[in-house]
Design a protein around this ligand. Sequence first.
Ligand SMILES: CC(C)(COP(=O)(O)OP(=O)(O)OC[C@H]1O[C@@H](n2cnc3c(N)ncnc32)[C@H](O)[C@@H]1OP(=O)(O)O)[C@@H](O)C(=O)NCCC(=O)NCCS
Length: 422
Amino acid sequence: MKALEGVKILDMTHVQSGPTCTQLLAWFGADVIKVERPGVGDATRAQLRDIPDVDSLYFTMLNHNKRSVTVNPKTKTGKKIFTRLIEECDVLVENFAPGAIDRMGFSWENIQSINSRIIYASINGFGPGPYEECKVYENVAQCTGGAASTTGFLGGPPIVTGAQIGDSGTGLHLALGIVAALYQRETTGRGQRVTCAMQDGVLNLCRVKMRDQQRLEKGPLREYSQYGQGVPFGESTPRAGNDSGGGQPGWILKCRGWETDPDAYVYFITQAAVWGNICDLIGKSEWQDERGYASPEERLDKIPEIFEEIEKWTKTLGKLDVMRQCNRLNIPCGPILSMKELSIEESLKKTGTVVEVDHPTRGSYLSIGNPIKLSDSPSDVSRSPLLGEHTLEILRDLIGLSQEEIEEAVEEGGTGTEAATN
Ligand SMILES: CC(C)(COP(=O)(O)OP(=O)(O)OC[C@H]1O[C@@H](n2cnc3c(N)ncnc32)[C@H](O)[C@@H]1OP(=O)(O)O)[C@@H](O)C(=O)NCCC(=O)NCCS
């Protein structure tokens, strides 16, 4: 028995943000029925292909544990099928540009009149306001949600991050909204509308930068290294390079081999509580009692100099040795691990965070499993569905269409031809 067993999700999502959400729900045990356009499917099936004519890693890594049915709700038979699916399901999830589901003839009012218990969840680029009609992709959300303006080096241009905080981040937010709505339905008996805008999701993840915006209005941000460097602050939260977001100064430092290995670096935090250990480790024991170095306050204007000194030590060791030596002394630090290193990390494989999945047309590939571990509901990762793979079983067994009705829908293009063959 899985946490969300028995919950049926009508999954109209595509690309990354929506599929991230429904994949998580599937890993928690929900029956996720991915509705795709007949003959075409989710556009990512064909994007960034590494093997010709095979579902891309983009698609396979975001659509595990789902079933696929092809339906075109813009046709007469497709509308009938879609209506039956709304009747049967607990949640409808989508992330089309605004109004696409309405244009198919399914407004929220209409959906509620078909099934008052359904939860209708959407990801939009922006919430209501001047930009609500705009299409949004990952980096648009990063730029409009405050992440890009606060990422990068002082004096340099804004930078986007490799973490998909706009897409996958908003998918995570939406999944939580859906689970909360399912829980509330237990008492109200009613479904509800759940929305999450990508701009809002990114801004939520940039909460500490809004904190700093307000602190800045009261005075300089003393933990930012620009303070120690004597660079004046402007009106908004600045880009902080690799400064740490909390009160403990941190920076990325070179390790042995950095000249040829782009990932031979470590993130080093000069946590006040272990300052003595840091001084001993790098051979600067005298700093512990020296005026100007002994307290965090005194060190604020010397942060670049202190990191230069620490780097002399980190450059003598491999990044993992730095980590080992630091952790022995309770000093927090993080080696920069590359995707290659993460893909072969045995401990991640053991916990199911990195998994090998078999696929009938592409063979075996590496994926990332559920990072959220439930002791009573372990997540098994199964491959993504082929386009329309489960069409027949869904039309026949879930919504009870007769063979004749299925043939009529295939004929009209309401569903794909695989319905007749699978
Ligand atoms: C991601 C995005 C920019 C892609 O835009 P797009 O490729 O032009 O796709 P849209 O969402 O605008 O439109 C999809 C169209 O396909 C149609 N479609 C989708 N599924 C269909 C199906 N099963 N059968 C028939 N038509 C279908 C829709 O009806 C819509 O057509 P319409 O605009 O003529 O009404 C856009 O969907 C978006 O802004 N989404 C919200 C934010 C978001 O999630 N962005 C992140 C994506 S990772």
